[in-house]
Structure formats: C-alpha cells, structure tokens
Design a protein around this ligand. Structure first.
Ligand code: SF4
Ligand code: SF4
Length: 293
C-alpha cells in the first residue's frame, strides 16, 4: 500500500539498497527482466547489445514471463534470505509492458507479501498507469528525466510511440516531459517514493540538470540519481565521451543542496540479483548454478 506515515516511509527506505546507502550492504535486490519492449528511443540506449560481462541498465541475458519471474524469485529468495526488493527495470520499459509487469507483481506478492517492489520507467505511460501503480502497492518508482526543455530533449530522444502515433524531435520530447512531470506529481502526492534518474551528457544536458533537480523536487521526488553517460556500442551516442566521476561529483554536490543524492548506483543490469556490490545474476539464470547465500 502507499506509504502514509513517516515511520512507514523510514521502514521501507531502510530496507531498499538503492534508497538507503546503509541498506546496500545488508539487503539484496533482484531485477526481473519481464519488460522487453520500449516505447521511446533514447540516443544512449542499445538494448540489442547483450553480453554477460556487461553491466549497465537495459542489458539482460534472458526475458522472463511473469510465471518464470515468480519461479526465479522463489529460487532466489530461498538462497538469499536478505532479499528485500524486487524491481522491474527493463530491459525495455516497465510500463510499455504493463500486463507483464502487473502480473509479475501480483504473482510474487501472493507468495511473499512483505517484499518491496520497485519499478523504473521513462515515464511516458505514467498518466495512464499511475493509478494502478498506487493500487498495486508499488512503493518505489524511478523515473528517468533528462531534461525539461523539448529542444534539449530533441537531442536525447529519437522518437516516442504514444497512443498509436509516432512522434519525433521536439514534439516527442514535449509529450514525454509532460507525462513525466504529471506522473511524478501524481505518485508523490499519493505516498509513492519517487526517485529520479538523470543521465548526465556533457554538451547536451549537463548545464540544465540543476533545473531538472529543482523541478522534480518541487513535484515531490525524494531523491535524484545523476548517472554518467555510458556510451553503449551501437547507440547514437557511442562516440561521446563517458561522463567523468569528477564532473559527476561536482554536479551532485551542487544538487545535494536541493535534494538527497544517490551516489552508490551501480547501473545494474535488467536481470541483476544480489547485493549491489556483489551481483550474482549469472548464478540464477536458466542453466546457471545457484549461488550460495
Ligand atoms: Fe532504452 Fe530505457 Fe531509453 Fe527505452 S527508456 S530507449 S529501454 S534507455
Ligand atoms: Fe539501484 Fe542503481 Fe542498481 Fe537501480 S541501477 S538497482 S538504482 S543501484
């Protein structure tokens, strides 16, 4: 159920390894890769690139049905009793695959009502699904917001598929940004803990990120996670330089004045399993050996 009291918020945060820096050493999370499709196209993304040694969002070695995801959850839970969070983080967008996402959450919840759920989305479909997200009792939602300005968005997004139509350039970015803002405000206003991920792309949105942070704070987000651009092979941005830790730290320090900063993000795969610093995804894939706790 949505978190209502400060005590409920504190309890949920204390067991989520991404929302609490301390929890990362104690509690494990698993991503269930049940969401293969995406409804937008980011210039930093190439989900076709799949390598077991690769670790970044969007990468997975398997796609699961909701029933398979529930089976995998039960296997992981039996080996990792400190598992506290199940997340849906792609490899596409959780809301572009809403039926699979919803069914997976319902199946796992039935078997393990105490588990926290976490969902990552580009936010395009939030106006449509936010009420169901609240009704399902998803406590943590991450929305990736890279800009507020459609002219900047036109350099980051190639296209958006929305309500059966294809949009490009500023028009695509405008729809996306509008839906992201409306969705964040709706969820935060109903007790969902909203984290906002921002990809820092030097020369494109780096000078705009402080403004993004202030805006999402105003809408009720509790934390931002400013992440480096990882130039994925085959993506439009493959030849851009990776954002340096120095640039990232300077920006996070500035934004810390406004809102809590996540600084321990590992940019996990869409099928990550385990503690943030000790991923065991390879041990739980179909055919993989099961990890010792
Ligand atoms: Fe890729 Fe995620 Fe962007 Fe979709 S929203 S194109 S999966 S990075
Ligand atoms: Fe947490 Fe970052 Fe990994 Fe998501 S990608 S599970 S926010 S550490």
């Amino acid at each position: 159920m949505p978190l209502k009291t400060p005590e409920e918020v504190a309890a949920a945060t204390a067991k989520h390894p991404c929302y609490s820096c301390d929890a990362q050493h104690k509690f494990a999370r698993m991503h269930i890769p049940v969401a293969p499709e995406c409804n937008i196209s980011c210039n930093y993304c190439n989900r076709r690139f799949d390598c077991v040694n690769e670790s970044r969002p969007g990468v997975t070695s398997e796609i699961l049905t909701p029933a398979q995801a529930c089976d995998k959850f039960l296997r992981v839970k039996s080996k990792l009793p400190n598992l506290s969070v199940v997340g849906i983080a792609g490899p596409g967008d959780a809301l572009a695959n809403w039926e699979q996402t919803r069914e997976s959450v319902e199946l796992i919840k039935r078997r393990s009502p105490e588990i926290l759920f976490c969902l990552s989305t580009n936010g395009l479909m939030l106006p449509q699904y936010a009420p169901e997200i609240v009704a399902l009792g998803l406590n943590h939602v991450t929305v990736t917001v890279n800009c507020l300005n459609p002219s900047i968005g036109a350099s980051i997004y190639r296209h958006v598929w929305y309500q059966g139509r294809h949009y490009i350039r500023e028009q695509a970015a405008e729809i996306l940004i509008h839906n992201q803002m409306a969705g964040i405000e709706y969820l935060a206003g109903r007790g969902v803990l909203v984290k906002v991920n921002i990809v820092m792309i030097n020369g494109i949105n780096n000078n705009h990120i402080v403004e993004v942070v202030k805006k999402v704070k105003q809408l009720g987000a509790v934390m931002t996670n400013i992440m480096p651009l990882i130039p994925a092979p085959g993506s439009v941005f493959e030849n851009l330089p990776q954002t340096s830790m120095k640039d990232l730290t300077i920006l996070r320090d500035i934004c810390q004045e406004d809102i809590a900063q996540m600084r321990h993000c590992r940019q996990c795969r869409a099928d990550a399993v385990g503690l943030l610093g000790n991923d065991q995804a390879h041990n739980f894939r179909a055919g993989g050996e099961q990890a010792a706790p």
